[in-house]
Design a protein around this ligand. Structure first.
Ligand SMILES: [Zn+2]
Length: 300
C-alpha cells in the first residue's frame, strides 16, 4: 500500500512539474485529490487521473514500441502521449505531434514501422494543449505536412509558440468536416469542454475482411471548476460520444484505452485486443462521473 501511494505521489509530482504549478514553498501542487468517483469498481480523483495520463517526465518522452493497432492505423507515440499514424497510398495522416521535443522520437517510431516521416501529408490534433500539439510547427518543418485544426481551438493554438515559432494552421475545420487522403475519410467531431475546440476523430478501417469503426477520442477531462458555458459544452459532448459508432476506442493518452494492457496481449492469430466495443465508452463514463462530481462540489 505504501509503495503504491509513493508511486502515485511521485507521478503526480512529475505531472504537476510539467504543468508548472509549483507553490511558493516549492511543494508540487497538481490537481486536487478530490472529488473522488468510482467507476467499474475503480476509484479516481483529478490527481490520480492526471498521474495516470501523464506518468513521469521520462514516460512522456520515451517511445512506446511502435505497433499496428488495426488496419492501416499505427501507434507511434510515447509511453503516455498518444500519436497515431494512418497510412494511405497517398501518404500518411499524423494525429497528435505531442511535445516538440518528441518530434525525433515520433520520426524514429514511424521509420521503425517501415514508413517514411516525409510521407506525412496531414497533421491533425485532438486538442490545443502542448502535450498533444506543441510539435506541429516542427513536424511541418520536417515533413511539409498541412496542419488542420478545429476553428474553436485556433485561438489557443495561436498562443502555442515553441521557440517563438508561429503555430502553423493551413486549414481551419468545423464540426462535421471531413479530411480525406488516399481513400481514408476522417470526420472531425467537435467534443468541447476540455478545450473549446477539442476534437474527436472517427474513421473506418478494415482488417481480415472486416470493417471497423475507429474513434480517436479527445480528452473529456473537466477542469477544477466548470463555468456554465463549459458545462453546456460537456453536456453536449458526453451525449455526442454515445452516438458515435465504435469498435476500436483510442485516446489522447494511452491509459485512456488501456494500451499497455492490450499491447501485452497482441499475438498473431489471436483476436485483435484493440477491437474493444465493450470498452468504447469506459473513459467517457469516468470523465462524465468526474465532471458531475466537480460540478456538485462547486455548488456546495
Ligand atoms: Zn489537455
Amino acid at each position: 500500500m505504501l509503495s503504491t501511494g509513493m508511486r502515485t505521489k511521485n507521478a503526480v509530482i512529475a505531472a504537476a512539474g510539467i504543468a508548472a504549478t509549483l507553490t511558493v514553498a516549492g511543494r508540487a501542487q497538481g490537481p486536487a485529490d478530490h472529488p473522488a468517483v468510482t467507476v467499474d469498481g475503480q476509484r479516481y480523483t483529478p490527481a490520480s487521473i492526471l498521474a495516470r495520463n501523464m506518468g513521469s517526465a521520462e514516460d512522456q518522452e520515451t517511445a512506446f514500441p511502435p505497433h499496428k493497432i488495426v488496419g492501416n492505423i499505427y501507434y507511434v507515440g510515447t509511453r503516455t502521449l498518444s500519436s497515431f499514424l494512418i497510412v494511405t497510398p497517398q501518404g500518411s495522416v499524423l494525429i497528435d505531434t505531442t511535445y516538440e521535443r518528441n518530434a525525433e522520437v515520433l520520426k524514429k517510431s514511424v521509420e521503425k514501422l517501415g514508413f517514411s516521416f516525409a510521407d506525412v501529408k496531414i497533421v491533425l490534433g485532438n486538442h490545443a494543449h502542448g502535450d498533444h500539439q506543441e510539435g506541429d510547427a516542427m513536424v511541418k518543418q520536417m515533413t511539409g505536412a498541412q496542419v488542420m485544426a478545429m476553428a474553436e481551438d485556433v485561438p489557443a493554438l495561436r498562443t502555442m509558440k515553441p521557440g517563438g515559432k508561429e503555430h502553423p494552421i493551413d486549414k481551419v475545420l468545423h464540426d462535421g468536416d471531413t479530411v480525406v487522403l488516399g481513400g481514408v475519410t476522417l470526420v472531425a467531431h467537435l467534443t468541447a469542454g476540455h478545450t473549446q475546440g477539442a476534437t474527436t476523430w472517427t474513421m473506418k478501417t478494415s482488417e481480415g475482411g472486416k470493417s471497423y469503426d475507429v474513434v480517436f477520442f479527445t480528452s473529456l477531462r473537466s477542469g477544477a471548476t466548470v463555468s456554465p458555458a463549459v458545462a453546456a459544452m460537456f453536456d453536449r459532448s458526453f451525449a455526442l460520444v454515445r452516438t458515435l459508432p465504435c469498435d476500436v476506442p483510442l485516446g489522447d493518452h494511452p491509459a485512456e484505452y488501456r494500451m499497455q494492457e492490450k499491447y501485452a496481449t497482441l499475438k498473431s492469430g489471436a483476436p485483435n485486443p484493440f477491437v474493444d466495443k465493450a470498452g468504447c465508452l469506459t473513459e467517457a463514463r469516468i470523465q462524465e462521473a468526474m465532471y458531475h462530481a466537480v460540478v456538485a462540489e462547486q455548488q456546495k
